[in-house]
Each structure stands twice: as structure tokens, then as C-alpha cells.
Design a protein around this ligand. Sequence first.
Ligand code: SF4
Length: 676
Amino acid sequence: MDIKYVPTICPYCSCGCGIYLVIKDGRIIGQEPWKEHPVNEGANCPKGKNAYAYIYSEDRLKMPLVRKNGVFKESSWEEALNLVSSKLKEAAPEKFGLIASCRNSNEDAYVIQKFARVVMGTNNVEYCGRLCHSSAVAGLVPTMGSGVMQTSQLEIELADCIFLAGVNLKETFPMISRRVLRAKDRGAKVIYTDPRNTATARYLADIHLQLKSGTDAALINAMMSIILAEGLENKEFIATRTAGLDELRNFLSKIDLKQAEELTGVPIEKIREAAITYARAERGCILYNQGICQHTVGGDNVKLHADLALLCGHAGKPGSGVNSMRGQINGEGSGDMGCLCVFYPGFKRVSEEAAKFFEDAWGVSNLPTKPGMTYIDQLYNCKFLYMIGGDPMMVVPDVNNVKKVLQNMNFIVVQDIFLTEIARLAHVVLPAATWVEREGTHTFVDRRVQKINKFIDTPGETKPDWLIVSQLAERMGHKDKFSFSSAGEIFEEIRSCIPQYKGITYERLEKTVGGIHWPCPSEEHPGTPTMFLEKFGTPDGLGHFQPVEYKPPAEMPDEEYPYFLTTGRSIFHYHTGHMTRRTPKLMNEVPRGFVEVNPKDAIKAGVKDRDIVTLETRRGSIEAEARVTDNVQPGLLFIPVHFADSCANVLTNSALDPSCKCAETKVCAVRLEVKR
Ligand code: SF4
């Protein structure tokens, strides 16, 4: 009997917690805490305590599947890859789309984007980060020069005011909520904006601004107007590190606080308390997530939070900044690697110059120089789709319409670990390895790069994503550019092309518990936990104020659809639910989708707790179990996003933020009826 205890990283959220896996005779049989890991110090949330069960699920894909006469048949890799290769050779670059995932390793993501650009000649390569955090780039690049998290998650403990903007931290980043609790022990105050009364509101917040859905801009403008009126702006910081305050001041002079109170539903005295608390703090730290991003004004919302931080001088020091909380394991890394239609690897904006750089680096010619299509635009405009690790049938708004579009595609190839909702519509399905069946790196929420090793053999004939894509590239005539023999070889190419990763090596990562924060320009450099210590990432190094007006959501309640609907997450589930719904202990906690209904609305609609209700929007309807609770205010309904049989995105609105093409999945108008 051979028993091993091996250290690795939890495969779920982007906190990047350490765990020990217990492996007996080549099979994982349990897990133990990793007490020395700096992120979690031995603690894990319910998902992290049940990290591996899904990989032994009976319905793991183990062989390639090829659709024949409408039915999937198991095939050899030879047959499947030859078919995909011949189909993709038919695709014009502008009709081909390639979508990766936040769960791919850096090495996978790097090879995926290289395939799109070198083999298919297109920048039509994206990942699911587009649907939640593209607004970070739209909002933070013009204000501060970069959309990444600015302080290390460990440094959050240093803050004396933590502003949780639309991030239900307790459930979505449980280990970071421990840092907030430690800051509170030192006397820090926590401000929280969320229309719902969540666990974060109950256990972390000192000031919960329970605003109406989609009114963040009205709230932040009111806060900034109060700060200026009280003379609480940080004059020295503004003078030395920012530009454009006069324009913001002029704009804010027209803000009517009474109107802000009416729009947000938050008493002005409470807004004032929050504004003064944040402005007076020595170190203020804004952590934000989809609650402010997944709106038609998501980019604007991020700009406003950056304005607020600049106004108070809360950036450019440990435990401060405006911090984009990318939620999934490689939410940062897949973007760093260039799985974005407007960026080559290392956030080199698509241009002739960037194409030339990578032509030289990769020894190729004619790389695309024009931006490609974003995630949702690819679905609606391409005829050939290669989907690696994502599921638009779960995460894209107006799923019924998405299904029709997918059914009209010429060819869909899906590469994943399970037969996902989109895989059911595919022509070919390729079975991929999970996180402990291959080697690679991931970049966690605070730019922390950590290495994950291969500990067990892949089941059946599954392969790492990078290997499948490389073998396909080989069949399509590009063997010399994709002749990688290991993930380590890919990482060496990443280091040579992406300056932020230059000083990070596999050897260093093996020796550094907790990983290394990029930017890391040399092998002697310790990494960079805090960004912008001396200057921002803008061309002139200054923070730029960007005044933004409040705009209402694209769809408001009316007589026909009288409720606001908002969506979110549960601590027991992860994203599309494909992994956690195959984890019995997590399913025991939350076995199905539900809708939260305020008691007053329940009486009005004749709904009792645990009734099955129908939710209907202009796009479709679903059934879900009602939970009558004052977690939601009257007029607001909430559903989690993890369940295929009561899929939230059947209901959500496909209106897009024009600045970044992120969809407004956080707010739409809905009708509620008891199922008769
Ligand atoms: Fe895993 Fe995130 Fe939970 Fe940590 S907080 S154990 S990384 S799911």
C-alpha cells in the first residue's frame, strides 16, 4: 500500500487556498489542511473541504465523442481530431470563435490563444472573464492604468476601512473574508453595498447600504459629493498623483442628494456615514465584484469606485486600492495569457506593433492586427465554435436564444471534463484532464502565481487541454509552433513573451509556498504584492478622475413584470455548478435552484415557503422552489446561478455594456407566479 500526502491548491475560487491530498495506490482518498499555506493557514470553505469528489464522478468524459446520425459515439483520438481538423480548415477566420475558461491553467490558456492567432488567423479568442470582469479593464485602465487587483489579499488586514462593493465576500471569497474579520478585530470598519441582506451583510458589514439594484452610480456620486462638501478629500494625494479633479468637482456640484436617496432607497444620513468613514480612513480598500460589474454600466461603475479611491488617496499603498475580485481559479491568468479578443498575451493591446512582437517571438507571419469578437458576439456571429472548459448554455443571458443560435452553427467542438449543456449540442466532444491530472500554473485573484502538480493518472483517454490543442494544431500543419513536450516548456515560452512573468520559474514556484505575485521582472525579484506604489499604470503615471452620470438599468419593472430579479452565488456551489453538483456533500446542502422572495411579496403573490413557483421574463420562464426570506427587500427576487434545471440565465437580459460587452445579468424585470 502506497499512501502519499501531497500539497496542492483548491480547484475552485481565486483565493488560491492550499490543501493536502491523501493519495492511496494512485487514487485520492481524502484531504488534510495545509496549515503553512499563507492564504488560508489550514482553513478551507465547504467547497475547498470537498475539493476532489467530482473528478471520480461516474459521468466523467473518458473518450472523445463524435456525433453520428444525431447520436454521440465514442471514437479514437485519431478520428476525432482528424474530423475537427478538417472542419476547422473550412472555417474563415471571421467565422471561427474560440472560447476558453477561467479554469484552464496558464499553460492551457496560452496555447489556446496561440492556436486562434497562429492556426486560425483570428483574434476571436475569449474566455468567460468577459462576462464578469471585462468592466474592470473598461473602468480601471482609463483611471488607474490596469484592471488587476492592486493589493495582496493578505494586505487587506492592514486596511481600516474596507468597502465591499457588490461582493458577497462571505460566500464568494470565504478566505478573504477572514482577512476582513482580522482587520475588524483591529478596529476597521466595513461598508457593504448589496441589494440583498446576505451573510456578508450580517457578519462583516458595519454599514450595509442596501441599495436598489443598479443604482451604484447614484450612490457613489452622492458619497463623493459629500466628501468634497465636507472638505475630506486627500489634497496632497490629489495634487501629486491625480489629474482632472476640477471636472469631477464641477460635475458633482450638480448632484442632488435628495434625488440620490430616492434613486438608491438608502437614507442620505447612511450614505453620509459611509462617505465620511471611507474618507477619514488611513487606508481604505475597495473590493468589488459582479454586483457592480454585470450591468450595462459596469465599466462606469468601476470608474466611479476608482474616482472615490483617488479622491481619498486610497490607492498605491498596501491594503488599499480598487480591487477587482476575479472569482474563478484562473480568472486572472487566462486574461494575462491573452484569451481576450483585444489583447495579445501580457495585455499587449491588439495592434500592428503587438502582432509584430509575437510574429518575432513565435517565428510566424501575418498575425491578426484587428480586434476580434467578444464572447457573446462570437456566439451570435460565428459558424464554427471551439469551446474549451466553458458553458454558455449556463452563463450567457437569454439562454433560450443562445440555444437557437448554437443549433444553427456549422460545427461546434467542446473540450471539457463532463458532458456540459453546450457539449450536448456539439458535433465533437474532447475529454480533458482535471487539475490534479496535469501540471501547470494558475494566477489567483491578487496576481499570485502558484504551481499545481500532476498527482494521479488521467482516467480513460483524457488529456490536458494544452496537449489536445497542440495535437490539433499539428494536424492543421503547425507542428513546429506547437511542439510542446510539457507544461514546463510552455511556461518557459510564457516567460519569454510576457514581461510580468519573466522572473517566475517552475523552480521558484516549487520552493515558494503561496506563490509569487506578478509583475516579477527578474529571477531575483521577490514579486509585487502591491501595485502603483509610486505611480499608476496610465501613460503619465497619474490617476485620472472620470465623472460618470447615473443611468438606470436597461429593463425596469412594470405592470407586466413587476419585480426586479438579481442573480448570485452560494458558498456551496461554484459557477456553472458542473463540478459542485457532482459533489454529494455540497449537493446535500443546496440540492436545487431556488428563488428568494420577501415575505410581503410572498403574501401578495400567494406564495408559501417551499412552493414551486414560475419565474417569467420577456425571454423565458423557469420553475424554482420559493424561499420566503427577508434576505431580499420587497420588490426584489434573487436566484443562484449554479443550476441547469432552473437556469437563471434563461431569464436574464442580454443588454450589453457598450464599453466592454459584459451583459446585464444582475438586473432585469420578472414576474412571479405559484405553479398551479
Ligand atoms: Fe477553495 Fe476558494 Fe474555498 Fe479557498 S475559499 S477553499 S480557494 S473555494
